[in-house]
Write a protein that binds this ligand. Sequence first.
Ligand SMILES: [Cu+2]
Length: 498
Amino acid sequence: MLSRRSFLETSSSALLTSVSLGSGMAQAQTIQPHQLRVGMRTLDVSGRAATVFGITNAQGKQGLDIFQSDGFNVQVTNDLTKSTVIHWHGLTPPFASDGSNVSQAVIQGSGSHDYQFDLERAGTNWMHSHHGLQEANLMAAPLIVRADNERDIDRQDVTILLQDFSFTPPEEIFAGLRGGTIAPVGSGMAAMDMGMVRGGNASMPTMDHSQMNMTQPMAGMDHGQIDMGEMDLNDVTFDAYLANDRDLTDPEVVQVDRGAKVRLRIINAASSTNFWVDLGTLNASLMAVDGMNVKPVFGRRFELAMAQRLDIDIQVPQSGGAFPILAQREGDRTRTGIILATQGAEITRLQNEAETTVAPVLLDLERQLSALNPLAERPVERRFAVDLTGDMTSYVWGINGAAFGDHTPLDMGFGERVEIVLRNQTMMSHPMHLHGHHFQVVGLGQSRLRGAMRDTVIVPPMESVTIQFDADNAGEWPLHCHNAYHLEAGMMTTVRVG
Ligand SMILES: [Cu+2]
């Protein structure tokens, strides 16, 4: 790899000859790596200029859209003066290419890093910074991997990247959450008057700390035992909720044909927001979650936790028209989205607020899911119970009572079938993400199921979710909450394979 690196740095040619990469693509071939540049962009958010990060490809678009058979062949160039590292969320690369702060050194400002590995499967994935709070300032983009047989499908694909955005820098938001007070304002923004930071203990009227920090097994702690009205939602209120960088004051309008088949690839790249996806009047089939196929689920509203993805197939009505695809923040009225429109359709302006609030994102969809390609049936060889712990008052979040750095890794042998019970001992939900593997959801509370294959699952307050996977990718893989502010507070451990 060192020789390749120095070769890349000295080469003036865009066409590179790969000789000995040792990553399963060893035969000599002429390849052109996809270029991704990490830098700053300016967005228009409700008429106001917002300076955010971007991960921009050679065509000037965000992220990547590639074919599985081409493999993952990417050069990331960091145009910032500060360091970064980009994680390929949903891919299962060799450990050194995972792009986390555990697996590789950061890419220094003006530096670059090359990635080359085979792609094991197609799917709707994404990429984001795994360094500090950069993801919360929109260092995130789609990573679509298409199967070769998708080249010829008569279908229009529409990718929708959902994000939350604040004009207040994420570091200030985090400091405010930690301090339990409203963060200091550097530039006099109106947003600060809206109760933006909801730190402190005001949101937990009845739970005391002895309940929150309990460590006994959660026997009988099945869904519905606690009043979900008491759970803690949305500890950050943002200035805008974006779909493909725009809110509903100026949404993206995607032209579609009457009667066309459309696949929506919806990615929740928000730092701290769970959504309900709402398809309005369209009849929809959910085909995959986290890029992994499920037995189709028919419906019009679907839960989408942080970091998760939904592949949803719809057919545009022959009568034509404009069809909003909306995502509404859980427990709230704020929403974002795009509009599918046939030629000449009249497009009605939508408000950023719906008329009614929606429920918290829990496990209602999860319960209906069943993997199309489940894990093979085999006995579990290693079991763990992992407590998700925290304290809203001091905004300390951890795993088994420890923040990352003080954590105890979960050790397992290579190839073992592993089961982990994730037990949430707090009053906030935690979307838990495992790197390097896909897992199957096999238990929700006390109920067993043969659920979806995923890389991220939400664990509601005082609830437990059981996952299984085959530890077939050697490395020390992050297992963490995907709420960017919980992760920053230390809600991460590692899974050591082999
Ligand atoms: Cu969390």
